[in-house]
Design a protein around this ligand. Structure first.
Ligand SMILES: *[C@@H]1O[C@H](CO)[C@@H](O)[C@H](O)[C@H]1NC(C)=O
Ligand SMILES: *[C@@H]1O[C@H](CO)[C@@H](O)[C@H](O)[C@H]1NC(C)=O
Ligand SMILES: *[C@@H]1O[C@H](CO)[C@@H](O)[C@H](O)[C@H]1NC(C)=O
Ligand SMILES: *[C@@H]1O[C@H](CO)[C@@H](O)[C@H](O)[C@H]1NC(C)=O
Ligand SMILES: *[C@@H]1O[C@H](CO)[C@@H](O)[C@H](O)[C@H]1NC(C)=O
Ligand SMILES: *[C@@H]1O[C@H](CO)[C@@H](O)[C@H](O)[C@H]1NC(C)=O
Length: 400
């Protein structure tokens, strides 16, 4: 790795960390204006790479036209594999048409989103760009040989936020095309059962909520499961709820968006849950973090995240020390703090965590308005940013 590359990554890291998280573009909307990329556009949405792209501040998309896409799609890859292949076509740096012809020594290697998935080993997540003779610019995965795909034209350039470049062919990469396990084939209840949330897993099955959790995995899901002793201690209260409310309570422990640990740590805010969907009630909670510690706060209880069971897009499963009690189902006064459990951390000295002391309708209104704004604007921007930062830090350490 040459020093200029390290320097380039350092400056990119600084840009990434300093620019405030606002969404400056929407790749889906931009590509809609160009029907020759309609298939590419559709698959960016289906693989959820579109939202990943929109979260970034500085990005280059190597767009494949409909004929290049049809040869890719004809290979019959699963959606997760297709996501890997397409993520190799998203470069986490800005390359306008002009910059392609001004590369130092006529060649460079740049990092792609595939590099940040964790599925790419060695150089597989990097793309080699070479300015060849006669003004031809070639693209190839860094672990392959001579470029077989070439720059055709600039589709859209918004310096230095997003550049969309039409390239002639798919970047062929064995690693990106390697089979990835289908997340939807995962059995969530048995996973929870095996990883220390046995009782919680039983409740998922007995309430029928398991089907709704399972259906949501593919499009992104965060599950907050609860340790066995905490669930057992809660059972008298649980049995007191009607069947419908029992299901809502369990659904309240799922968020229909993938949130990595990094995203949770960098996002203080309100999250909707699976119980929110199809209900007139809010069923939301607040994520709070103090340094490395993440807590989920309802009007009734504050639960701590005590561990990570799974954290791989599109599914994350975290363990809590307490059942989350939504204010839609429990009254603050009727809810003394649940019995401490062996799994729980020592009681927090933080008075603000007290369950009954912080019930305040005004506070509620403000929080609800914030929630609406955040829902409109993409609340996980910070998380994406954090993830790029981490990836780049890792890369820099490797490079220096
Ligand atoms: C981007 O635009 C598409 C349609 O053009 C829309 O469905 C999608 O919600 C937009 N994404 C965001 C994050 O605003
Ligand atoms: C990119 O690939 C070309 C052709 O295989 C090679 O000559 C060049 O050195 C590579 N560039 C970098 C920066 O590794
Ligand atoms: C790039 O994004 C920033 C905010 O992130 C915005 O202020 C700027 O206008 C954008 N540039 C273009 C060309 O849209
Ligand atoms: C998960 O596994 C359990 C026990 O093996 C089984 O009863 C259940 O039907 C499975 N669920 C799915 C969605 O495959
Ligand atoms: C169950 O509900 C009744 C009636 O609302 C209440 O008096 C009782 O305290 C509840 N029991 C528990 C364990 O919450
Ligand atoms: C759920 O609980 C709320 C609050 O205790 C109660 O008002 C409501 O009737 C219950 N809903 C059902 C379907 O039992």
């Amino acid at each position: 790795m040459q020093p200029p590359m390290a320097a380039a990554f350092l400056s990119l890291l600084l840009i990434v960390l300093l620019v405030p998280a606002t969404m400056a573009f929407n790749i889906t909307t931009i590509l809609k204006k160009h029907p020759e990329f309609s298939s590419f556009n559709k698959y960016l949405t289906d693989t959820r790479l579109a939202s990943e792209i929109n979260r970034r501040q500085t990005i280059t998309v190597l767009a494949l036209d409909n004929s290049a896409m049809s040869s890719l799609v004809s290979k019959g890859f699963t959606l997760p594999t297709l996501r890997n292949v397409l993520s190799l076509h998203v470069l986490v740096d800005y390359y306008g048409a002009k910059k392609l012809h001004q590369l130092t020594d006529g060649t460079t290697v740049t990092s792609s989103l595939f590099q940040s998935t964790g599925d790419a080993a060695g150089d597989a997540g990097y793309v080699n760009i070479t300015d060849m003779h006669a003004g031809k610019v070639g693209f190839a995965p860094a672990d392959s040989g001579e470029p077989k795909s070439f720059f055709v034209k600039a589709v859209e350039e918004m310096p230095y936020n997003i550049s969309i470049l039409h390239i002639s062919k798919v970047l062929d990469s064995e690693q990106a095309e390697a089979p990835t396990p289908e997340p939807s084939k995962l059995n969530l209840t048995s996973l929870l059962y095996d990883k220390g949330c046995k009782e919680f897993s039983r409740l998922l099955t007995s309430t029928g909520a398991d089907k709704i959790f399972q259906e949501n995995i593919e499009s992104g899901l965060t599950v907050f499961c609860v340790g066995d002793s905490a669930v057992k201690a809660f059972m008298p209260k649980f049995k007191n709820l009607t069947e419908g409310n029992q299901t809502s309570l369990i659904l309240y422990h799922g968020v229909p968006v993938y949130n990595s640990m990094g995203m949770l740590k960098s996002s203080n805010g309100i999250m909707n849950t699976l119980a929110t969907e199809g209900s007139k009630k809010k069923y939301d909670f607040t994520v709070q973090n103090h340094g490395e510690k993440v807590s989920l706060k309802t009007k009734i209880v504050t639960a701590k995240v005590t561990g990570t069971l799974v954290d791989k897009d599109p599914l994350a499963v975290f363990k809590l020390d307490k059942i989350l009690m939504p204010r839609e189902l429990f009254k603050p006064s009727a809810a003394p703090a649940p019995a401490p459990t062996p799994e729980a951390d020592a009681p927090s000295p933080d008075v603000a965590d007290g369950p009954a002391s912080d019930y305040d309708e005004d506070d509620d209104e403000v929080a609800d308005q914030t929630a609406k704004k955040k829902n409109a604007g993409g609340r996980i921007n910070g998380g994406g940013l954090f993830a790029v930062g981490l990836t780049l830090c890792y890369f820099m350490v490797a490079a220096l």
